[in-house]
Design a binder for this molecule. Structure first.
Ligand code: C2E
Ligand code: CA
Ligand code: CA
Length: 693
């Protein structure tokens, strides 16, 4: 593209056109006028010479006839003086004859100063002047008889003509200049007013543009049709460009908003608005890199809700969502830096703590979270207790990659869960092995169920006053072909987490109920059969039917059967537990609250629960009778049970002293190694046989 400077202005072009047009027309006019003037002058010369000759011819003829040379020369002078004649030459044949020549030449001529002098035929200069004369005319001089007396020649010089023509040219030039100036000026003004000014106004407006090159203002509209069309067209164009620009801008903004929304959706959890796993992973990488650079420590907290699945299964997803929202709200209130918090998965949350001064900071925050989440969550007027388990891994102590830190925090969380939930654990290297075990365990649990590798052991429950058997508790064992007998503590949490517990417990129920029915048939008296069930089992829609059918199939009497549900599981959603347990007790099956004293039962719920028995948790029994606090709690539980008309049983009783303390304080039912460890069916049968005899 050429630059603006290389372009010629319209003013210059128009100037050239106007000037040349005026010049050409004026020169044509002048040329014509020149020629005309010239012709006129020549005409006038002719006239002058004819007039002169007509007056002279006759007079001169008379004078020639009388040879009065001097006279006709005087005549000539008279004739030449008033007229614009250069010279008059007379050829006198008569005088010539006398002088012996063809003719006698005489006449007058003007010298340089314009004075009239006689012609000298020998004067070369005069001859040349005559020769060069612009106009000459020759006439015959005749006598009255018609004889040829001579000739008369009139010379008229072009001096006047030249002068006149020069004057003409001068006038013409002046005129041309004046007219041209006037014309050019008026043309220029007209063009300027009607064309150039509107054009440059339009240009000025167009040039004044915004960043995007779009004119800021509309161009003015003029009356002249073409300019009007031009300006309205330009205005329409400006408007449509502006509109398109606005539309484009809107589209751009919309696209950007959509992009942001998509980006947000891709990186955030729709329910809680927290960062999701994707964003969390990015942030973790970033914080690790930052900690590396600044040589600071960081902690990763992996939080898993303890009883979320149960709530979700029993109350539905909507309630589950509400619980998650409330949990998120509490976490947000505790964790000042929102960026640090993420929802990792279903009921899993993560917290990144960067720039740790001391590791206690992580424990303090974890404690706070633990406490906050163990408080009741009210959903649909129900008090729910979710609780959580927290695993912590540290950079750089445990690892320096995001994968490792995540894996370790997860393993630590599982360890916390295994230790009875509502717990915090820091990662230690042996947890990785356990995490691996867990994965292996899940697959082997499934095959174990298929291959019926599970066996039921029984632990007697005795009356501590008279040492008589009152019942037995069924406790599952895993007879693993590779590692032998596996304790429930190792696989029950995994069975619960994977949902395999439902199938496993039904297997135990079939076995145990079949077994006691058989013993009853054999005349043995095993007493009450206590079985451990998770709340998840009770929540199964077909559970009542299943229990009912099993009672009929095995030939058990409902009164023989007691289901143990732990206190903390009841307290996850006490209202629902009350409903389910009522249904169960309505068919005559008894219910015991296992591990009583460890949960957060409130008296109001306890009163409403259709339970028959409280089972004092072994943790209170362990240090009896010497631990004052445990003694006090135990006494309190016994008193509470009595006041609610409930049976009381203590578990984990290992010593005589423990048994004595309990019995003396009103808890006669005793279970524990003091009497017997859990034993196989055969051993149990032997024991039953013994007690019969
Ligand atoms: P739990 O229901 O509290 O069972 C009592 C546990 O205490 C049993 O452990 C038992 O062997 C142990 N125990 C009994 N007397 C004593 C004692 O004097 N001293 C000590 N130190 N321990 C004693 P076990 O059999 O390892 O079971 C552990 C837990 O696994 C049970 O605790 C129960 O919650 C769960 N569990 C066992 N069997 C089943 C089952 O069939 N289904 C379900 N859902 N859970 C089961
Ligand atoms: Ca139990
Ligand atoms: Ca227990």
């Amino acid at each position: 593209m050429k630059t603006l400077n290389s372009k010629q202005s319209l003013y210059v072009t128009l100037g050239i056109i106007i000037v040349s047009t005026v010049l050409i027309s004026m020169s044509i006019y002048t040329t014509y006028h020149y020629a005309e003037t010239k012709n006129k002058i020549i005409e006038k010369m002719k006239e002058t010479s004819t007039v002169t000759v007509s007056s002279l011819q006759k007079n001169v003829a008379n004078l020639i006839e009388v040879y009065a040379i001097n006279e006709y020369e005087k005549l000539l002078v008279n004739e030449i003086e008033p007229r614009d004649i250069f010279a008059i030459v007379i050829e006198d044949f008569r005088m010539g004859k006398i002088l012996g020549k063809k003719s006698y030449i005489s006449g007058i001529i003007r010298d340089e100063k314009g004075h009239v002098v006689e012609i000298d035929p020998k004067n070369e200069l005069q001859l040349q002047q005559l020769h060069r004369c612009y106009y000459s005319d020759q006439y015959d001089i005749k006598s009255t008889s018609g004889e040829n007396l001579g000739t008369i020649r009139i010379y008229i010089s072009d001096a006047t003509m030249v002068r006149e023509l020069n004057e003409l040219i001068l006038k013409a030039v002046i005129n041309i200049i004046a007219v041209s100036v006037l014309l050019i000026f008026s043309l220029f003004m007209a063009i300027r007013y009607f064309i150039l000014k509107p054009l440059s106004d339009i240009v000025a407006v167009i040039v004044h543009s915004d960043d995007g090159g779009i004119p800021i203002n509309f161009v003015p509209e003029y009356d002249a049709r073409e300019i009007f069309v031009l300006s309205t067209t330009i205005n329409t164009m400006i408007k449509s460009i502006r509109d398109s620009k606005i539309e484009l801008l809107n589209q751009h903004n919309e696209l950007r908003a959509q992009k942001n929304a998509l980006q947000y959706q891709a990186t955030h959890d729709a329910l809680t608005g927290l960062a999701n796993r994707v964003l969390f992973s990015e942030r973790l990488e970033y914080v690790i890199a930052k900690s590396k650079k600044q040589h600071t420590q960081m902690a990763l907290l992996f939080i898993d809700l303890d009883h979320f699945k149960e709530i979700n299964d029993s109350l539905g997803h909507e309630a589950g969502d509400k619980v998650l929202t409330i949990v998120t709200q509490r976490l947000r209130e505790t964790i000042s830096n929102e960026e640090a918090l993420a929802r990792f998965g279903g009921d899993e949350f993560t917290v990144i703590m960067e720039g740790l001064q001391d590791l206690e900071e992580a424990s303090r925050l974890a404690d706070k979270i633990l406490k906050l989440l163990s408080e009741a969550i009210v959903v649909e007027y129900k008090e729910l207790y979710v609780g959580c388990s927290i695993g912590i891994s540290l950079y750089p102590n445990n690892g320096d990659t995001s994968q490792d830190l995540l894996k370790y925090a997860d393993a630590a969380m599982y360890a916390a869960k295994n230790e009875g939930r509502n717990n915090i654990r820091y990662y230690s290297s042996d947890m990785t092995a356990r995490a691996l075990e867990r994965v292996v365990m899940e697959t082997s649990l499934r095959s174990g169920l298929k291959n019926e590798e599970f066996v039921v052991y029984y632990q007697p429950q005795m009356n501590g006053k008279n040492d008589r058997l009152i019942g037995i508790e069924a406790l599952v064992r895993w007879q693993n072909p590779l590692v032998g007998l596996v304790s429930p503590a190792a696989f029950i949490p995994i069975a619960e987490a994977t949902g395999l517990i439902v199938e496993l417990d039904r297997f135990v129920m079939k076995r145990a109920m079949g077994q006691i029915a058989q013993w009853h048939n054999e005349g043995l008296k095993p007493g009450i059969l206590a079985m451990n069930l998770t709340i998840k089992q009770l929540q199964q829609k077909d559970f009542i039917d299943f229990l009912h059918n099993l009672i009929q199939e095995t030939g058990c009497v409902p009164e023989w059967i007691e289901l143990e549900v732990t206190e903390d599981q009841i307290m996850i959603n006490p209202e629902e537990a009350i409903k389910i347990l009522r249904e169960i007790s309505s068919i005559g099956v008894k219910i015991a609250v296992d591990d009583f004293g460890t949960g957060y039962s409130s008296l109001s719920y306890l009163k409403k629960l259709p339970i028959n028995k409280l089972k004092i948790d072994q943790s209170f029994v362990r240090d009896l009778p010497n631990d004052d606090e445990d003694a006090a709690i135990t006494k309190a539980i016994i008193a509470l049970g009595k006041s609610l008309n409930l049976e009381i049983i203590a578990e984990g009783v290992e010593t005589e002293a423990q048994k004595e303390f309990l019995v003396q304080n009103g808890c006669e039912n005793i279970q524990g190694y003091f009497y017997s460890k859990p034993i196989s069916a055969e051993e149990m049968k032997k024991l039953l046989l013994k007690s019969v005899h």
